[in-house]
Design a protein around this ligand. Sequence first.
Ligand SMILES: [Zn+2]
Length: 251
Amino acid sequence: MTEEQTPEEHARQILERLREGGLWQPQGLGLSYMRTGENSLELLNQHNNPTAAQARIRMNLLLKSIGWTVDESDVHLLDVDALTPQEQYMQEMMQRQESAQSWKCACGTPLTAFPLEDGKWSTTGEREMAMPTSEVILAEEWYVSITCPVCDVVVPLEPYDYGLLAGDDAMTEYSFTVGNEHYTLTALTRPEIIEVMDVTNGYQKLEANDSFSTYPSIYCTGTFFNGHLLPPHVRGAVVRASVKTIREEEE
Ligand SMILES: [Zn+2]
């Protein structure tokens, strides 16, 4: 929220970008809203404590004042004060994943039925973003395009939403093409890095059926790979790279 922005403007800006079926959890309030229509929300959950109860009244007034309606007929009260911060985080993640299951294409096909592993990462360049400290930074904007298997519509997703739908595995692998070479970068886990280094340094012998014998190329990633701009989640990682040469007739 910038200094010139009122809470109403801030809320309106967030809500306009929220997809239908998308979850909105304003930070620190203990409230979870889902967008249900053009100008309507449903309050799904409220933390069962006085802070969240007061926030709920304030938010209701604020949302009404900007022309949004809130359905509060089926609110679940969550007893979170007994949970550790980690358990609270896990619970929020489960809620977000559940809400992602309900996202649909305009033709009715659930986004979970799309070939998510074929998602294409693109950037629209840099955008000015106001930080909570009111300082303005340049941030790269990325989105992932997925294609409906039924009606062929291309749906652009925010990277975070894509991660919710496609799962962690999709976020540890990234494919792209430079010239006629098709690369797949796969992030290594810590045990894998240790194994690779031990083999490299001669502390461990490579087994014939070892997965690394087929992926001998290990790299640390920066911003680019062979001149290709990497999306932020692939940068600063230890990856194995596999390359396939695309033959002319396949193009
Ligand atoms: Zn569709």
